[in-house]
Design a protein around this ligand. Structure first.
Ligand SMILES: [Zn+2]
Ligand SMILES: [Zn+2]
Length: 246
């Protein structure tokens, strides 16, 4: 089964993809299932900048596309940024909408650094620790289906840093995910940005497996149509089984 569960379209402020073009392309490339996962970013500075999204309108838009597409299964998902920090607010917006897939992701550190955009300099050890601690809080406190782009801060690096000091913390994250049946996303947007691996890297995927993790998701995290499916062939096939059908 060929799938991609992390793609941004018209309702994401930073995407230039039109859902209709995406669907056409996915059918051409023989996909079986894709999930459109617009941003839901609710930290005060984000609301101030982009406003609160209309989820009802978004949901209706995707359902309509779904009903008009027979060759491909189109899921309506959402990527909730920093969910654990805006939990009650986010819940109040999403609980009445029957999303097919909820992705959780960490975009901001405690010191307000946005780690999802290219960084001016590599994070300090303290910042990396904070990044993973935020991920632990997210998977512990929030009901999500998928932890998205774990390790996203490395996306702009041109080398793979040594993260062995954080392995105990990563094990805590993975064990919590396994207990709570949260899938680990393999995000390959990093390859489009010059990072020499998909995220998380192979040793971390193996750590997840060794701890008993079985649920994997796969996401291009595309914001431009030309990034959809690009470098997907570099993901080892053993990780390309959809957790939704296990
Ligand atoms: Zn994200
Ligand atoms: Zn995303």
């Amino acid at each position: 089964m060929k799938f991609d569960y992390h793609i941004h379209t018209e309702d994401s402020y930073d995407s230039s993809i039109k859902a209709i073009d995406l669907i056409k392309r996915a059918i051409e490339l023989n996909y079986d299932e894709i999930a459109i996962t617009e941003h839901l970013d609710l930290l005060p500075q984000e609301i101030k900048k982009y406003g609160a999204p209309s989820l009802d309108r978004y949901y209706k838009r995707i359902k309509e596309l779904q009903n008009n597409t027979s060759e491909l299964n189109v899921l309506c998902g959402i990527e909730i940024g920093d969910y654990h920090r805006v939990k009650e607010y986010a819940l109040s917006l999403v609980e009445d909408i029957n999303f097919d897939l909820i992705l959780g992701s960490v975009h901001f550190l405690s010191d307000a650094t946005n780690v999802a955009v290219p960084l001016k300099k590599p994070l300090s050890e303290e910042q990396v620790r904070d990044y993973y601690q935020q991920n632990l809080l997210l998977v512990f406190h929030c009901n999500i289906d998928v932890l998205a782009h774990l390790g996203v801060y490395k996306r702009g690096y041109n080398y793979i840093p040594d993260e062995s000091a954080f392995y105990p913390l990563l094990k805590d994250i993975f064990n919590t995910m396994i207990d709570r049946k949260i899938a680990l996303e393999i995000n390959y947007s990093s390859l489009c940005r010059g990072y020499p691996s998909f995220l998380p890297e192979l040793p971390l995927l193996e750590m997840f497996l060794d701890l008993g993790g079985r649920y994997f998701s796969l996401g291009s995290d595309a914001h431009k149509i030309e990034h959809f499916d690009l470098y997907r062939e570099l993901i080892p096939t053993q990780f390309c089984t959809s957790f939704r059908y296990l």
